[in-house]
Design a protein around this ligand. Structure first.
Ligand code: Y12
Ligand code: CO
Length: 174
């Protein structure tokens, strides 16, 4: 399956993703294609809507202390649901769908999540630190929310101006 990252301002990213009901070969093929794309593009998290599939699917591969991302550490979450959230954290976030931009975003410090694995088995996870931030960022994608949607009016205006300038520069280089 060939996949391509959908980039802002593509309207596809605003879509609300649908619950996965079939844990079949199609789902497995999608997950198996998302992983190499995320690694090739230096990502640590990717939601299916970022590759134009409006399914409640996300993957995460948080780097270890050496900065490595072994496949053993890959987390696949299907139909995730936050059951508990605590504390506050600010983290400078980036997104493969908004390349080159990083912004400080307010999140919960820790979250508890119920989800399903690729076979439909029910799972539970308690997360804090970078994993917690990544889960919240990717779960926002399932609702059609980007990290830049969380910026103040003034910050968002500044972002739009800079993003347009960078896109124009990229076009001119082609
Ligand atoms: C903390 C904050 C955000 C997340 C969500 C997952 N985000 C990413 O994986 C973002 C990766 C990313 C990679 C980029 O490519 C390179 O660095 C080569 C990139 O593009 C540029 O900076 C040009 C932007 C974002 C999880 C945890
Ligand atoms: Co993102």
């Amino acid at each position: 399956m060939e996949l391509k990252i959908v980039e802002y301002p593509d309207k596809k990213l605003k879509e609300k993703s649908l619950e996965v009901k079939n844990f079949d070969e199609n789902l497995h093929k999608l997950l198996d294609a998302m992983y190499p794309l995320m690694i090739e593009t230096n990502g640590i998290g990717l939601a299916a809507i970022q590759v134009a599939h409006a399914k409640r699917v996300l993957i995460l591969n948080i780097p270890d202390e050496e900065g490595e991302q072994p496949k053993d550490n890959l987390i696949e979450m299907i139909n995730p649901l936050v059951t508990k959230k605590e504390g506050d954290a600010i983290y400078q976030e980036g997104c493969l769908s908004v390349p080159g931009f990083y912004e400080d975003i307010n999140r919960f410090e820790s979250v508890c999540v119920n989800y399903q694995d690729r076979f439909g088995n029910t799972k539970y996870m308690e997360a804090d630190g970078l994993l917690s931030i990544a889960i919240q960022h990717e779960m926002d994608h399932l609702e059609g929310i980007l990290f830049i949607d969380k910026l103040s009016y003034a910050r968002r205006k500044k972002f739009e101006k800079e993003y347009k300038r960078v896109c124009k520069e990229k076009k001119e280089k082609k």
